[in-house]
Design a protein around this ligand. Sequence first.
Ligand code: MOS
Length: 717
Amino acid sequence: MIGKDVDRVDGRIKVTGTAPYAADTKIPGLTYGYLVTSTIGKGQITGMDTTAALASPGVLAIYTPFNPLKLFAYVQEQNDERFPPLQDKEVRFHGQAIGFVVAETFEQARDAASLVTTTYQQQQPVTEFPGRTLAQFEEVEEVLAEGVQSITQVDGEITFTASYTSPFQHHCAMEPHATVATWNGDHLTVYTVSQGAVLVQRRLSETLGLDPAKIHVLSPHVGGGFGGKWGNWAQVPLACAASRALNRPVKAVLTREQVFAMAGHRPMTKQTISMTCTADGKLTAITNDGVTSRGLGGNFSESVANWTLTTYASPNIRVTKTIVPLNLGAATVMRAPNEANGSFALESAMDELAEQLGIDPLEIRLRNYATFVPNTGKPWSAKHLDECYRRGAEEFGWAKRPRKPRATQDGDWLVGTGMGTATYGASRGLASIKVRLHANGTASVSGTAADLGTGQYTVFAILAADELGIPVNRIRPELGDSTSPVAANAGGSNSTCTNGPAVQVAAKAVQTELITLATTNPRSPFHGKEVQYRNGSVSSGGLTMSFGTLLTTCDVGGVEAIGTSPRLVDPEHGFRSFGVHFCEVRVHRLTGEPRVTRWLSVCDAGTIINAKASRSQIQGAVIMGIGQALLESTELDHATARFSNANLASYLVPVHADIPPIDVRFLDRPDPVISGLGAKGIGELGIVGVAGAIANAVHHATGVRVRDLPITLEKLL
Ligand code: MOS
């Protein structure tokens, strides 16, 4: 079953609208919370008049910094809010939560929120990012990234240097952030969006000052996350604390603009890359000085230059990181954080260097192929990127590519091709999974993992079905419940790599439990016999009985086992997934409009569990990469420090008409070091290298090199 095309087990309930999402939760007596947000970018709140709002129909309570719900400071640094809402009067960004109105209906809460008037002592917000504008920035921290080697002086000139920038971007998951909280005594139940139920549980435990055992988080279906649902945002603690104070269930859903303002964004970045190489294109030194913004509402910034540490062989590699704090909400992880932007710069620079030397872009990558991890010298656990390059080039027809830019025209369209390398870190964490065999012949498989639309439910089903030897449709995967054994959260391309082996261990362990039952239960026909488990049945001699029949015969509801797969601690190897993208881009010679017209990705991510869903993962990532390259940019209005296109009409994401057929191939070669299963991550791999490949193809089509994302048509005229 492993590696075949399997339809998603949760597909039908999702497309028929019966999969329960957080905001769908209906509880008797439900009340509705609506956030009041700051209308300045920096300053102090001097007063809030809630008189009119409190007098309006249906209003139950209004919480403000003058009348706060008690929340404790967060203990652990996480990629979300640094400051729990309403605990002080400082405004750090436009759109910060400064009030919470709870009413009997959503409309009543929203209307009352509009009646709250706030006065501020206003200060000038810091919004300028160096490199994007000429203005100076206030505060800079120099941080050397991990794995930095000191650069030794090399003979030979710097052959190439250039800077690349990327704008603010937003995750734009279709489902906005929603939380429903309800209390039973001192036990809290929370239905919420999340990339991991235990992440929410831990965060709430900190800020509510509550034993995690008293917090039950449910997040069975999530409508996209892309990093934006890794952390908790203001609606989570506010809904929970207000529900406790009012002794009523509370539901809070962020508006789309609130999602943009306060629920995380990808920081702005700039990378300055310098490379020296020999005349035949072998790198002798690379430096990458990365600059990243950080929203003052949070802690996160991108270590954008770090991708340069691990991608190409060079005896000298140095990267730096400079953080520019801005008056914005928390920046956070988004769609291959660090690496999607990191690869745009280095993949562009490699092509620019190749052109300068008169070497084919693929050839220069092969000449600098990293047989060992460049910054540590360690061997890779498994790396077949060279095979991806060869296979991709052959299938794409790379050899036919004209060397010179602007050499191919088709009617009014200038045609170019480009390529980009994809790599993304892999690791295997600790995970526990419970498998239970039921008397009705089904098996449930549970862990606190999340399925954001990624296919994790189906991975659980396939691996359990494979290990138990029963059809996929007899497996019932149960995800997104904090009371399950703790499994990997959905982030860092970690789910399948970490949870997969645990599903296998648990599905094996439950067979032992079943055999024990078969041989020791007095009602069992196998009592006292030697038995075997195979394909869902227990047998001995001529007698075979399915586990469902056996459990029924023994009058036992089920047997279960928890399997644990430990964290992989292997300081000897470097672990990454690899791939390559080849693409064709057409640019209109008169309007400058860029269109992506052909795509091939070849990936080496270890064992593939579900070929269909894996192709779909890479296709989705390539689509996000096309957005990153050509469309996506959140604009900041410097006068107000407000994101001015904070909606899905004017924040452009690709639509069907923007996307060509995307061919995806997997080598499907197990990584023998990472686990017995041999699977590495594919969640984020697919976006890495996409923007670089497109920038390279645009240059090949037009002769114009765009180093500032997104590559919009005015930059090509
Ligand atoms: Mo993801 S950006 O690993 O949450």
